[in-house]
Design a protein around this ligand. Structure first.
Ligand SMILES: Cc1cc2nc3c(=O)[nH]c(=O)nc-3n(C[C@H](O)[C@H](O)[C@H](O)COP(=O)(O)OP(=O)(O)OC[C@H]3O[C@@H](n4cnc5c(N)ncnc54)[C@H](O)[C@@H]3O)c2cc1C
Length: 436
């Protein structure tokens, strides 16, 4: 018999679960509360402009995300692929060479500008240390402790490790899990040469995966309902029912693919879920600010993505080079920090000044918008216990970037969790994902 599965949430995790289940022969209905698909990675319309709620970077190491993009027919050209380049204009430049791993980084490091011999040796020391430990770190270690224990230089910490840690884990180094950071380094810098590639979306984040996945599902007879918030999940002897389902249906399985802070309200009627809710409620969250700046003339970048140093901004992106209109720039500030003490206008002015310091004189600022995602991701701290896809309620599953995995909260962890939940359901039903 064909199992019927409801998925609550139309972000990257929900669609990864839906596509996996559909390929295994389940009947899928996905509910999304919002009009826009994508959740924390979605397009936002503002002042007639279409921008993302937050500038995102994907890595070549995002194997499951890339596999699912191919599966639902997304053209590879929607991602601009750049060899890893950490470029801080006027400060330092580290570019991976066009060679197989590990020579791509070894030569890149040898040729790096703005880093002294002591910095380069410190970087090698940290990578060798992690390799020797097979990228396993004591669970209570923070990235800050790891950097101190491996005698990293102040310059390397400021220009390389801190920005990489905050970008990947959205958590300041002093509080960030060294184990999860080690996993990120293992799969990117210590992986194949292409694993460290930066993949920058040329389309908006809804158009990158959720919208094509939704079309792919519809073409195969599955259902995606937008503006349909599920209020609660109920269970009886026959299966699950959803409060808010406009066509009340009984489902064999339900995947909760919402952000972690939306889970508790859905499961109040399911006492078995209490320990999971307690575990989820222990997660703390970190913000991300994206400033969208529209200049009335071209802005010249040495690379589509550059690092900013010494101020509030961390990374700046040349959106014109990524298919956007002339003069559009995005600047990202991950995690909590001093920028939170500024009002919006003061922060915008500070970011424009930092961009000018990095790139030289800029055209007039014609338009701007600061988007703050207050709970962008969970704080990826040492020893964190994350819930598993399987819950104590048989037939009820979790997917989302916060679900247990090697990765911090990223598109890749969201997708992996969706695939894992989908496969677990297929397995429980004696089904297998089709190879085609
Ligand atoms: C500003 C910002 C920048 C980021 N940068 C990066 C980056 O550079 N690289 C990277 O890999 N990751 C990045 N991330 C992280 C990444 O966006 C998230 O990890 C990922 O999008 C989480 O996906 P998800 O499917 O787990 O959850 P969500 O995206 O939160 O999806 C959950 C969905 O469930 C829906 N929902 C909630 N409640 C209900 C309900 N009751 N009924 C129906 N639907 C419901 C929501 O509307 C939402 O669409 C960033 C995140 C933010 C916010």
């Amino acid at each position: 018999m064909t199992p019927s599965v409801a998925i609550v949430g139309g972000g990257y995790a929900g669609f990864a679960a839906a596509v996996t289940l559909a390929r295994g022969g389940a009947r899928v209905t996905l509910f999304e509360a919002s009009r826009v698909l994508g959740g924390r990675a979605r397009v936002v319309e503002t002042d007639g402009q279409r921008v993302d709620n937050g500038q995102h970077i994907l890595l070549g190491a995002y194997s499951e995300t890339l596999r699912l993009l191919r599966l639902v027919g997304v053209r590879p050209s929607v991602l601009a692929t750049r060899r890893l380049a950490l470029v801080y204009p006027g400060h330092c430049e580290l570019r991976a060479a066009a060679l197989p791993a590990p020579l791509h980084l070894a030569l890149g490091l040898l040729r790096a500008r703005g880093l002294g011999t002591a910095d380069k040796l410190a970087m090698l020391r940290l990578m060798r240390h992690l390799k020797r430990q097979r990228f396993r770190v004591a669970p209570d270690r923070s990235v800050g402790t790891l950097l101190t224990e491996t005698a990293q230089t102040e310059r390397l910490v400021r220009l390389v490790w801190e920005p990489l840690c905050v970008a990947a884990l959205n958590t300041p180094v002093a509080d960030a899990s060294a184990q999860v950071f080690a996993h990120v380094l293992r799969d990117s810098l210590a992986g194949s040469a292409s694993a460290s590639d930066l993949l920058l979306p040329r389309v908006d984040l809804s158009e990158l995966f959720p919208v094509p996945a939704s079309r792919w599902l519809a073409l195969r007879g599955h259902t995606v309902r937008i503006v349909e918030p599920v209020k609660a999940i109920q269970r009886d002897d026959t299966g699950f029912r959803l409060d808010g389902d406009p066509f009340p249906t009984c489902y064999d399985h339900v995947v909760i693919a919402t952000a972690p802070y939306h889970v508790a309200a859905l499961v109040t009627g399911l006492p078995g879920m209490r320990p999971v809710v307690t575990q989820i409620e222990r997660l703390r969250h970190e913000p991300i600010v994206t400033a969208w700046l529209g200049f009335d003339g071209p802005v010249s970048f040495p690379e589509p993505m550059i690092g900013l140093s010494g101020g509030y901004g961390q990374w700046a992106f040349d959106r014109t080079a990524l298919g956007g209109p002339t003069g559009l720039v995005s600047i990202v500030i991950s995690a909590s920090g001093l920028h939170q003490q500024l009002d919006r206008d003061a922060l915008r002015d500070a970011l424009v000044a930092e961009l000018a310091a990095a790139l030289g004189p800029l055209p007039r600022l014609a338009w701007s918008r600061l988007i703050t995602e207050k709970r962008a991701t969970f704080a990826c701290t040492p020893g964190l216990e994350r819930p598993t896809p399987r819950t104590p309620e048989p037939g009820l599953w979790l997917a989302g970037d916060y679900v247990a995995s090697d990765y911090p909260a990223t598109l890749e962890s969201a997708v992996r969790s969706g695939v894992a939940a989908g496969r677990a359901i297929l397995n429980a039903c004696g089904l297998k994902e089709s190879l085609f």
